[in-house]
Design a protein. Sequence first.
Length: 120
Amino acid sequence: MAGIGGVSCTFVRGHTPIVKQRIETWAVPGLDGVGAAAMGRNDSKFTFTAILFSNAAGIIAWKIAIEALQGTIVSIVNDLGVTYINCLITEVGDLRNTPAIAPGGITQRGEIQVSGVVTR
């Protein structure tokens, strides 16, 4: 089942990139060329979209649980069952809530963007 840091979601869309070398470049006025420095293998930003279909109370509880993950390192399981580990969540976006009608008391669809960086 899809989820972020143990918080269950109906869908989690996205993936993490491979860990890439981050390069800083600079130029000095009046000199030809460009300076470059390898800053380590830490250029691996990601964004996932988490979606939950539930009732109003369920959406609010889910939102609070997702927001509590900001600043922590978690595992994320997407729609396809692929697990991504060592994901540091640096930003949790605002909840976008829309009406939904489905069996089982489902009345709303909640969506939150979760961004961060892989810490391998």
